[in-house]
Design a protein around this ligand. Sequence first.
Ligand code: NAP
Length: 435
Amino acid sequence: MSASFAIVGSGPSGMYAADALLKNFPDCQIDVFDKLPMPFGLIRYGVAPDHFKTKNTARQFSRTLDLDQVRYLGNVEIGRDLSVDELKDNYDAVLYATGMYNDRLLGIPGEGLPGVYGACAFVGWYNAHPDYRDIDPMLDGGNVAVIGIGNVALDVCRVLVKTRAEMQDTDIAAHALEAIEKMPIEEVHMFGRRGPVEAGFTPKELGEIFDLERCAVIVNPDQIPGEVTGDFEGREKGVKEKNLATLRELAAQDKPEKPVRLQFQFYASPVEILGSGRVEGIRLERTEVIDGKAVATGKTFDVPCCSVITAIGYYAGPPEGLPLRGATIENVYGRVRDNIYVVGWAKRGSTGTIPTNGPDSRSVVELLIEDISAGAIELGKPGGTAINTLLSSRNIRVVSREDVNTIRAAEVANAVDGHPWEKFTRIDDMLAVLD
Ligand code: NAP
């Protein structure tokens, strides 16, 4: 008997799950749902526009979507157009791969001021995500504060300081490129509440900020410890040693006269966002790292800035009908309840690179296979046929695989100035191409 599966979310973890299902159930039928018309989630809307090699993973995912056993249903939101129970009742198993699309909050005074943006929103804005098209970030001053010292913070800083020429072969949204180019930017401050050893960024990504066209990188050598101390071993320790070596190199680099400076500021924890009516600055408290934890020293300092961008992690949206535990969908190794499973960031939190999702999704498919073998999951549900009837009775304009190709062709045709394509930023414009 052939099995039927629904995958909710077409980002990396969902597409790796599709590959794993196909490997184990070559005759299965998989319906991949996405609330947005265009597929691949984080690849299209999260990966930095200048990380083109990473974005190329989409080619592999495209090949999966092209298979006869796989159907793409874009522009269908579970919880709005279909319920989780409708999926559960019609497919043998449902795999949630919805990622994390809410920004964690700092929880400090002033966080609600206009001019404070979470990375989800800011990264979505420069990556042409329809939900963030109109955030129109306040980039009207000389200074921006970026909170966090992970790879997302580094992405945000790099995109802010690169020139139009440096972004030419990327797929940054035209509205963002124009706004960043117009910004009278002088300083981007990247604040870490802990030190360089504890930073989440990785050596390759640090290496990308050498020799920027208009930006000098400032690292205070006094903040770089001589060696990696703490509870780190093996590969993790090696990464940290490389980070320190790269930071030392950056600190020692000649600082030619450049109009923009990217300042690495460690041991600085935000305590208040300042301003009346909008962001005017940020107050930080000096910290010391003791036993790996940031400990406040009571000494504060203020930095003026026109906007604050937080890159401090995410949490999963509350999916209709499924419980959250902390930042993720409540699960045990990927099992949620009944025939529902979860993979990717929504399962384990916002950690790891795109390929990390391969083994993660495969491990959940293995559990599913165990559950089928143990008789906990019975095959034989109707699959997509009943779902088609529900969707057409609700007048949902489902975006198919062929439609995706049509929209992409229009995006390629709209490209200018060496960019590979110009992504549509509004769902109506995507659907208009199809009509
Ligand atoms: P991350 O590496 O966990 O960084 C989050 C940062 O936010 C940390 O520096 C953390 O500091 C800080 N933070 C959290 N709460 C804070 C608070 N209240 N006040 C001040 N700082 C706070 O995560 P990420 O940058 O969001 O990236 C998510 C995952 O995607 C990571 O695995 C990352 O490597 C990956 N990613 C990879 C790439 C790439 O490969 N090129 C690009 C982007 C993202 P503490 O450590 O002190 O908590």
